[in-house]
Design a protein around this ligand. Structure first.
Ligand code: ATP
Ligand code: MG
Ligand code: MG
Ligand code: MG
Length: 440
């Protein structure tokens, strides 16, 4: 992409209404524009990162054997009356009437809709296990939308639902989700710690929230510092192996890590030596939940069990806050100059800064770099505007691409360009081909 032809409405001033750094930076870099409270337009740069995050979520879900689909945003109230949640959900649900005076709602989540899909087609244990998921916009009329996309009213969520014959099978699905989530967040360059959460009105011990530690997080968390040393890394996992998935769950959840909802000071003190006790703030970027037959019983989602009987299926639901992740990523990756994108989600792989636009040699070298990066499947952002070098550098630092290649007549005389890492700030001079090779 050539910056002269792109749409990147960068702001110099920090917007006064944004309280936290990720919100400020998303506005300043022209990633989002508020449309109304808690509702945003995703401008080209923000949309690009959103798509990259979404892509990683898709890849990791499908790697785990989960099947993508798409359900609508608007739902009929009837299904929610069947499950009993139409009245329970309260004011977070946006209720709408259509022209025929029928009750509709903008989905805050999809348990009812997916259970209806399931029961319409599946009637036998032979079709299980099954996990379906989608990535779709949700609406929750949050009492206090704030922090930009972190607590929006309209937000993008991946929500997946498993259907299993037995509790045991459903717990394997739970573990599979835990593993796939660990991989997902790590690929984005984020550490998200599974913490024991509160089962809410449904109850049960089988729920974990994934939290990214950050001062601006809305959750209070308590944990054993050893947990921050755990990495999933590039180990191989067989998602069909009950033992392997269970092993990962045990490894990542055996140390104390709880949100304030389940925190117990006595257990904390008994289990964790004082020097390893931590309390901090965290951002909830996902949650997994086994809830058994709550919806399948209420909505009659049953299968024949192969022994002549019919049984309600065991279910769980598993969510990732796709749009919230952008805020979490920036909270965890920035400095006073701007964003520092992890390679896994960066909107462009590198920036090219031409120090002397209009100079034949500099322009030619930039074009050649642009071509060879593109030929390698990389996406460069070429700042080809006739701006001062300082302004070009400031924009690149603000939008936070991992690499910057600076091209100017002086370097070109010696056959070199400058390659700068956004994260370390270190620069080196090297021939253009070598700069390209380093980025690839
Ligand atoms: P919170 O505790 O922050 O209100 P939640 O527990 O109500 O979140 P879930 O129902 O678990 O949310 O939804 C799954 C994921 O969707 C959450 O882990 C979070 O990452 C994301 N999410 C929930 N509410 C919002 C929101 N208002 N804006 C952006 N993302 C959200
Ligand atoms: Mg909520
Ligand atoms: Mg929550
Ligand atoms: Mg939650």
């Amino acid at each position: 992409m050539r910056l002269s032809r792109y749409f990147l409405p960068v702001m110099k001033e920090t917007p006064a209404d944004a309280q936290i750094v990720s919100h400020q930076l998303m506005l300043r870099t022209g990633m989002i524009k508020q449309a109304s409270a808690g509702i945003y337009s995703w401008l080209p740069l923000g949309y690009k990162v959103l798509r990259r995050v979404e892509q990683i979520v898709h890849e990791e879900q499908q790697r785990a054997g989960h099947i993508p689909m798409l359900m609508p945003t608007l739902q009929s109230a009837d299904l929610w009356r069947e499950s009993g949640r139409y009245d329970d959900y309260g004011q977070e649900m946006l209720r709408i009437k259509d022209r025929h005076d029928r009750d509709m709602l903008y989905g805050p989540t999809n348990e009812e809709l997916i259970t209806d899909v399931f029961r319409s087609y599946v009637g036998s244990y032979k079709d299980l296990p099954l996990t379906l998921y989608h990535i779709q916009w949700k609406f929750r009329d949050e009492i206090r939308p704030r922090f930009g996309v972190m607590r929006g009213r309209e937000f993008l969520m991946k929500d997946g639902y498993n259907f299993d014959l037995t509790k045991e099978d459903a717990l394997h699905a739970y573990n599979r989700h835990l593993v796939s989530y660990l991989r997902t967040y790590e690929r984005m360059g984020l550490q998200a710690i599974p913490m024991r959460a509160d089962g809410g009105p449904i109850g049960g011990d089988y729920t974990h929230e994934f939290l990214v530690l950050a001062e601006t997080g809305e959750s209070e968390v308590f944990y054993d510092s050893q947990i921050t040393e755990l990495k999933f890394g590039d180990r191989q996992i067989d998602y069909d192996s009950v033992e392997q998935c269970q092993g990962v769950l045990e490894e990542f959840t055996s140390r104390y890590a709880r949100t304030d909802e389940t925190h117990d000071g006595i257990i904390f003190n008994n289990q964790v030596p004082a020097e390893r006790q931590r309390s901090a703030r965290g951002i909830e970027v996902g949650q997994i939940f086994y809830f058994g037959t709550k919806y399948s019983e209420a909505m009659n989602a049953v299968v024949d069990d192969g022994k002549g009987g019919k049984v309600p299926v065991h279910m769980g639901s598993h969510g990732i806050g796709v749009s919230r992740l952008l805020g979490a990523l920036i909270e965890a990756n920035h400095d006073d100059k701007g964003i520092i994108w992890p390679e896994g989600v960066t909107p462009f792989h590198c920036g090219i800064v031409n120090l002397k636009q209009g100079d034949d040699e500099a322009d030619g070298a930039c074009e050649a770099l642009y071509k060879s990066l593109t030929a390698m499947g990389l996406e460069p952002l070429y700042d080809d505007r006739s701006e001062r070098a300082g302004a070009k550098f400031a924009t690149m630092d603000l939008i936070g691409l991992p690499w910057r290649i600076t091209v100017g007549p002086r370097g070109l005389k010696n056959g070199v360009v400058e390659l700068t890492s956004r994260r370390t700030g270190e620069s080196e001079e090297l021939p253009p081909e070598q700069a390209v090779a380093k980025i690839a």
